[in-house]
Design a protein around this ligand. Structure first.
Ligand code: ADP
Ligand code: MG
Length: 225
């Protein structure tokens, strides 16, 4: 128990530190990006190539900063009754083009009538990280499916991918701080998702087979409407 409290305290301090650095760095980045976009319109071909490169690296810096800000973000700012299918549809729409860019189809199997009471942005963030991982694990031509079901008073959201899967060892390390197997990964996304789901009294379970794919099952308590 004491170790758990110590760990929570450390995570809090780390989160605050990460947030302040990320926040401070984000502002100058936004300014640089804005001017580059303006300059891009008035340049020759060669220079336009350079600015594209700079913009794409800025985009990468931005996404790293977002990972750190999400890691530190205060939980549950606006709790309300949510229609789960709407949130899932929003997440799938948001990541559809990211999937296309990677040659991965992102598909939704919707189900109406499931309501939960929670913070919408937090839930979206938790799902975005998981769907993003599914897309990133999946080779061109693969499929990511986000499905909805009801089971024993819970809304069940499954994220299924036909990606590279994980070994037992990898599964055991998943969700620990900074664990990543990607060149450009931060190793924060899964931890953020699992923390959010836990704070919603939900559960997340992984089933994965190397070379075949992964399925994450997120269960969240339903509410009365
Ligand atoms: P990041 O995405 O920045 O690497 P995450 O915490 O989101 O950090 O994920 C940690 C690691 O877990 C990933 O680098 C990857 O190796 C593994 N992982 C997560 N989700 C999946 C998945 N759906 N399929 C295969 N590997 C996964
Ligand atoms: Mg990730």
């Amino acid at each position: 128990m004491r170790r758990e409290i110590q760990r929570a305290e450390k995570l809090n301090i780390l989160g605050e530190l990460a947030a302040s650095v990320a926040h401070e760095v984000r502002n100058p980045l936004t300014v640089v990006k804005g001017f580059l976009q303006i300059m891009n319109e008035e340049q020759n071909e060669k220079h336009r190539g350079y600015t594209q490169l700079i913009l794409s690296e800025l985009g990468r810096a931005e996404s790293i900063i977002n990972d750190y800000l999400n890691f530190a973000k205060p939980q549950m700012q606006k709790v309300a009754v949510l229609h789960v299918v709407d949130v899932v549809n929003e997440v799938v729409t948001l990541l559809y083009s990211y999937g296309m860019k990677n040659g991965v189809e992102v598909e939704c199997c919707p189900l109406d009538g499931l309501y939960i009471r929670t913070d919408k942005n937090q839930l979206k963030q938790a799902l975005i990280n998981l769907v993003k991982n599914a897309i990133e694990a999946t080779p061109t031509g693969g499929l990511v499916q986000v499905c909805l079901a009801e089971e024993k008073g819970m809304a069940v959201i499954t994220i299924h991918d036909t990606g590279k899967g994980m070994s037992k060892d990898q599964l055991a390390r998943l969700g620990s701080l900074f664990y990543t197997t990607k060149d450009k990964g931060t190793g924060l996304g899964t931890m953020v998702s699992l923390r959010i789901i836990e704070s919603m009294n939900g559960k997340a379970q992984y089933h994965s087979t190397p070379g075949v794919g992964t399925e994450v099952t997120v269960s969240l308590p339903l509410c009365d409407v």
